[in-house]
Design a protein around this ligand. Structure first.
Ligand code: DX5
Ligand code: ZN
Length: 215
């Protein structure tokens, strides 16, 4: 599968409705929504009230990436705010199995996110209950960072793990994705690519989304 989930972190927050409508008209598959708490990551972005407004205008599923400590506390809140897919960091959950089941039970697709330093092999006992695994290809917290090359090998390792344990599981990559590295990531086994700066800083965001997807 070749999907694109543009990250609204790089959108113009003063014109969020305009930017969401642009994505509604594009080939984007999902809208990627980055929630940061200033503790798990150094930056603070926005919380449920803004997600609710995004949901009001979006005509595509909301792919909500929680960069917050102990995200299990907020599963019901983000469901109510309109999340369709909810991803939580492996590094931020003491009871990952419980949190993933809570996300599913609330009616959302669930996913685990791995920071660049976290080994794919740690998912051996949880990939079975994931709809998606998200590999960070930068250290989370900010848009516009440089892609970490080691990600290709992690995508291949994860593909092999999913083939063995959960072939339905989608693989998403987030951070520093652009038109140049996108085909290599899909080829390595990624299904969904998140792109913030590459899309929103481009003179023609819709054409860039198409170029990332290769259509
Ligand atoms: C980073 C966020 C990303 C970010 C990606 O912590 O999780 O989703 O918005 O932005 P780019 O594509 O500019 O690296
Ligand atoms: Zn993200």
């Amino acid at each position: 599968m070749k999907m694109v989930s543009p990250s609204l972190l790089s959108a113009d927050f003063g014109n969020l409705q305009r930017d969401i409508e642009m994505l509604n008209q594009s080939e984007a598959d999902w809208l990627h929504v980055d929630v940061m708490d200033g503790i798990f990551v150094p930056n603070i972005s926005f919380g449920q009230p803004i997600v609710k407004h995004i949901k009001k205008h979006a005509q595509k599923p909301l792919d909500v990436h929680l960069m917050i400590m102990d995200p299990g506390r907020y599963v019901a809140d983000f469901r109510e705010a309109g999340a369709d897919i909810l991803t939580v960091h492996y590094e931020a959950c003491t009871h990952l199995d419980r949190t993933l089941h809570a996300i599913r039970d609330a009616g959302m697709k669930c996913g685990v996110v791995l920071n660049p330093h976290t080994a794919v092999s740690l998912l051996e006992d949880s990939v079975q209950i994931c709809d998606m695994v998200l590999l960070m290809s930068v250290n989370p917290g900010f848009g516009g960072q440089k892609f970490i090359e080691n990600t290709y090998s992690k995508v291949r390792q994860l593909r092999a793990l999913c083939d063995r344990k959960n072939p339905q599981c989608l693989i998403e990559v987030d951070g520093g994705v652009n038109v140049q590295n996108a085909p290599l990531l899909y080829e390595a086994g990624a299904d969904v690519l998140v792109a913030g700066n590459a899309v929103f800083k481009s003179p023609d965001p819709q054409a860039t989304i198409r170029a990332i997807k290769g259509v």
